[in-house]
Design a protein around this ligand. Structure first.
Ligand code: FES
Ligand SMILES: [Fe+2]
Length: 391
C-alpha cells in the first residue's frame, strides 16, 4: 500500500471511530483532516460531488432573464430563470472551444448569454441561438447544441445543485427541519444583504464553528453570550445531514424586540407574522450539510453558503433575509445599517477565531481533543461524513 493510501486509511478509520462514539466519549477529527490535500480530494469526491450544494435564493431571480454566476467545485455555472420562468442551472462553458462565458456582472438580467470569444450566443434555456460564420461546418447541429444542464432542487426558497445524477432527492431528508422552520416562510423572504468573505481555511472549520453554540462563552463573550448564553442552548435531534440548535430568547429580549410595536425606537424590525409563541421562544441555528448553515431569529434569517475550493480554501457567502412586510413598517429601512452591526460584529469575531484554528491545527503539537456535550453537532457532522464514506 502506498504511503498516501495508508494515511487515508488511517484517517478514514479515525472518522468512523469518532462517529461511533457515545456522547460522553466524543473527540474531534485528527488535525490532518483539516488540511491534508489527499483527504480533501476524498471528501470532495465522496461528499460534495454526491450531495446537494447551495447556490442561491429564489428572490435573487424574480423574473425571466435574472441570473447569477456561481462557481461550485471548480464548475462555472449560471443559475438562471429562463424565458418560460423555469429555474435552470447551466454550465457557463461555451460549446465551441470551451471559454467560460462569465459576463461582466456576476448577477443581473439578460436576454441570453454571449460568448466573448467568437460570439456564439445561447438562449436563457441553454439552447444555441446563433453561431456566426459556421454554415460550412457539418460538425455543428444548431438544433441539438446546448449548454449542459445540472440537476437542481428548490427547498424553502433555496436553490441547490447536485452533480450526481443518482443523488436521492434533497427534500426527502429535510422533513424534520422543514416542520421546525416553516413559519419563517424562508421562500417568501427577500435578500437584505449578500456578502462574499475571504475564508482561507478548510470547509469543516467554517461549518463546525457555525454548528455549535458552546463557543459563545469565548468567541462571543461580549456580543452573543449576553443574549444567547452558551450554557442555555440545546441540541435538538435531527436527521442525518442536518443539525438544529435552540437558543431560548429571554423575556428581556422578547420585550425589547418582539412585544414593542414596530417603531423607530424598537429594536429590530418586529416579528414575522405567523410565528407562534413557541417559535418566538427561541432562536434557531440549523444546517443542511454540507453547504448551508443558518440562524433564524424573529425578524430575519442569516444563511451561510459554504463551498470548498481547496483543502484550506472556502468560498463563503452570507445572506441576510427578511420579509417585505417588515421592511414596509415605519422607519424599518433607516434602521438597517444599525441592524447589520449585530451580524458584522459576531461574524468578525468568528473569522478571527477561524484563523487561529487554521494555524493551530497545523502545528506539530496538534492532537484530537475532547468534545463537550454542548458540541453534539460536531459529532453529527462526523456521523454524516462517516455515512458518506461508507455509502
Ligand atoms: S469559445 Fe465560445 S464562441 Fe468560441
Ligand atoms: Fe460564532
Amino acid at each position: 500500500m502506498s504511503e498516501t493510501a495508508e494515511r487515508m486509511e488511517q484517517l478514514e478509520t479515525a472518522l468512523h471511530d469518532c462517529a461511533g462514539r457515545p456522547s460522553e466519549a466524543r473527540v474531534t477529527l485528527p488535525p490532518e483532516a483539516y488540511y491534508d490535500p489527499d483527504w480533501f480530494a476524498l471528501e470532495r469526491a465522496k461528499v460534495h460531488e454526491r450531495d446537494w450544494l447551495l447556490l442561491g435564493h429564489v428572490s435573487e431571480l424574480p423574473q425571466e432573464g435574472h441570473y447569477l454566476c456561481v462557481d461550485v467545485l471548480g464548475e462555472p455555472l449560471f443559475l438562471v430563470r429562463d424565458e418560460a420562468g423555469q429555474l435552470r442551472i447551466l454550465s457557463r462553458v461555451c460549446r465551441h472551444r470551451g471559454a467560460d462565458m462569465r459576463p461582466e456582472q456576476d448577477a443581473g438580467r439578460a436576454r441570453g448569454f454571449v460568448c466573448p470569444y467568437h460570439h456564439w450566443s445561447y438562449k436563457l434555456s441553454g439552447g444555441l441561438r446563433h453561431a456566426p460564420l459556421m454554415d460550412g461546418s457539418a460538425a455543428l447541429d444548431p438544433k441539438t447544441c446546448r449548454l449542459p444542464e445540472f440537476r437542481h432542487e428548490v427547498w424553502q426558497g433555496f436553490v441547490f445543485v447536485t452533480f450526481d445524477p443518482d443523488a436521492p432527492p434533497l427534500a426527502a431528508r429535510l422533513d424534520h427541519l422543514e416542520t421546525r422552520i416553516e413559519n419563517w416562510r424562508l421562500a417568501e423572504m427577500v435578500v437584505l444583504r449578500k456578502q462574499d468573505w475571504p475564508a482561507p481555511w478548510n470547509w469543516k472549520i467554517m461549518v463546525e464553528n457555525f454548528l455549535e453554540g458552546y463557543h459563545h462563552i469565548g468567541t462571543h463573550a461580549r456580543s452573543l453570550e449576553p443574549i444567547w448564553p452558551g450554557e442555555s442552548h440545546e441540541t435538538e435531534s435531527a436527521s442525518v445531514g442536518t443539525t438544529m440548535l435552540r437558543f431560548p430568547n429571554s423575556a428581556d429580549y422578547l420585550a425589547r424586540r418582539v412585544h414593542r410595536p414596530p417603531s423607530a425606537e424598537a429594536e429590530g424590525l418586529g416579528a414575522i407574522s405567523g410565528l407562534s409563541d413557541e417559535d418566538l421562544a427561541a432562536s434557531l441555528v440549523m444546517s443542511v450539510l454540507p453547504s448551508l448553515t443558518g440562524f433564524l431569529i424573529e425578524d430575519r434569517a442569516y444563511i451561510f453558503r459554504i463551498l470548498p475550493t481547496g483543502p484550506e480554501a472556502t468560498s463563503l457567502t452570507t445572506y441576510e433575509l427578511t420579509h417585505d412586510e417588515l421592511l414596509q413598517t415605519a422607519g424599518a429601512k433607516a434602521k438597517l445599517p444599525a441592524e447589520f452591526v449585530m451580524f458584522d460584529t459576531f461574524h468578525q469575531e468568528d473569522l478571527a477565531l477561524l484563523a487561529r484554528m487554521t494555524a493551530g491545527l497545523k502545528a506539530r503539537a496538534a492532537r484530537p481533543g475532547a468534545l463537550s456535550l454542548y458540541e453534539e453537532p460536531i459529532w453529527q457532522l462526523q456521523r454524516y461524513l462517516s455515512g458518506k464514506f461508507r455509502d
